[in-house]
Ligand binder design. Structure first.
Ligand code: SAM
Ligand code: SF4
Ligand code: SF4
Length: 393
């Protein structure tokens, strides 16, 4: 590989397909997310783990294994956009397990210590346990086992928890936005869904020996009333719930600032019933700030991407299920690692490509959100961004 090798950021297939179906004026917007310039050049060496332009290391890799989902959460995959004719990625477009493992090995060589499997709904990917088994054999640069986590909506968890654990999965995050059955159905967008299914999945995960956390996206005017019931239940069960501010990811969810419940309000509400004390972050690059109940060793967490951005220590890279690398959840374009992994036989070359991309990274979208919103009259949805269901949480 010559030093002049370049890798060009491109937009995902889903953008390109949607662009083709959009009216002409919107197609122009979509084409802007497929820049043909903007280049990551090679670093000289991969012996030293890369630091980005803001001095941040590469520590976490989130791997989306599928862009499809069995839910249609309004804040992520609203039915009007992700309808029955929506074209998801084909099997050929997805990275194979072999390709994922190879890329993961290269990332781990560059300093990644945690892998998170996500989607879409990752439990819909057939044979996922085989992938987890392969990934769990990886060792960090310090020769420690790589931590393997997975985020799921929990629908298929009761039947899969034990096999996932046996394959080497360490921890699981289960998304649950409401305990009230009617509200749960409304938020999942699926008529025959039920919180009891997710709760059974959580029980099965715990019984299988997985460390469990619960994610709840809080949307003003939708599920604020579920904050206390969720806190109450999971402090009894002993699982951490992480309350997530509704984020302006993607362009489908019709986000606006006035639908966000600030984490400070969530904590105040819980504290008034079940007093909590701040614990801070376990590590600077952790996304959630933690609090502990005064009367028991159970924690809650808040993820405050909107009210209190945490880009300063962001060490996360993401790979879409078709193999595009994104250095920010709010990116417009990614770097085509699928082509690289399918054409380059030498892992050193892949390492140099990724090293070069990370070294040039400048992302800090959440820190810039307010000023971007001011420019766009509080509607940053006018900027083209990848969808959460495409890249994973
Ligand atoms: N389907 C799996 C699930 O729901 O757990 C994994 C993928 S999902 C995209 C990952 C996480 O992103 C979930 O916890 C989900 O609640 C969260 N999420 C999706 N859209 C969001 C948004 N607009 N704001 C905040 N969190 C969001
Ligand atoms: Fe599916 Fe997860 Fe998105 Fe809900 S948040 S639609 S479960 S990918
Ligand atoms: Fe990281 Fe981008 Fe989120 Fe900031 S906005 S924390 S850079 S993913």
């Amino acid at each position: 590989m010559s030093e002049g090798h370049r890798i060009i950021p491109i937009s995902p297939a889903s953008f390109r397909r949607r662009a083709a179906r959009l009216p002409e004026k919107d197609q122009q917007g979509a084409s802007q997310v497929a820049p043909t310039e903007g280049i990551a050049s090679f670093a000289e060496s991969t012996d030293t783990p890369p630091l980005d332009q803001r001095g941040r290391p590469l520590r976490d890799l989130r791997i989306s294994v599928i862009d499809q989902c069995n839910f249609r959460c309004g804040y992520c995959m609203p039915k009007e956009v992700f309808h029955k004719d929506y074209v998801f990625l084909s099997r050929d477009e997805l990275l194979s397990f072999e390709e994922i493992v190879r890329l993961a090995r290269v990332f781990v060589g560059l300093g990644v210590e945690k892998l998170r499997i996500t989607g879409g709904e990752p439990l819909l990917r057939k044979g996922l346990e085989e992938l987890i088994k392969e990934l769990s054999a990886l060792k960090t640069r310090a020769n420690q086992p790589v931590e393997i986590a997975l985020t799921t909506n929990g629908v298929l968890l009761a039947q899969k928890a034990k096999a996932l654990r046996d394959a080497g999965l360490d921890r699981i995050t289960v998304s649950l936005d409401a305990l009230d059955p009617a509200l749960f159905r409304q938020m999942s967008g699926i008529e025959d869904s039920a919180p009891a299914t997710v709760l059974a999945g959580i029980d099965a995960a715990q019984a299988a020996g997985l460390k469990v956390k619960v994610n709840m996206v809080v949307q003003k005017g939708v599920n604020e009333g579920e904050i206390l019931p969720m806190a109450r239940l999971f402090r009894e069960l002993g699982h951490t719930v992480r309350f997530i501010e509704f984020m302006d990811v993607g362009n489908s969810n019709d986000w606006s600032q006035d639908q966000v419940v600030a984490s400070s309000a969530v904590i105040a509400q819980i504290n008034a019933h079940f007093p909590v004390l701040p614990v801070g972050r376990a590590t600077p690059n952790e996304v959630s700030e933690r609090w502990r109940y005064n009367d028991r060793p159970v924690e809650i967490g808040v993820i405050s991407s909107v009210s209190k951005p945490f880009c300063g220590h962001c060490s996360r890279a993401r790979i879409s299920s078709e193999g595009l690398l994104y250095t920010c959840l709010f990116a417009s374009s990614g770097f085509d690692l699928r082509q690289a992994v399918r054409t380059e036989t030498d892992d050193q070359i892949l390492a140099r490509i990724i090293h070069g991309i990370w070294t040039q990274r400048e992302d800090r979208y959440s820190e810039l959100r307010e000023s971007l919103m001011a420019q766009k009259k509080n509607r940053p949805q006018t900027r083209a961004k990848i969808e959460m269901s495409y890249i994973g949480g």
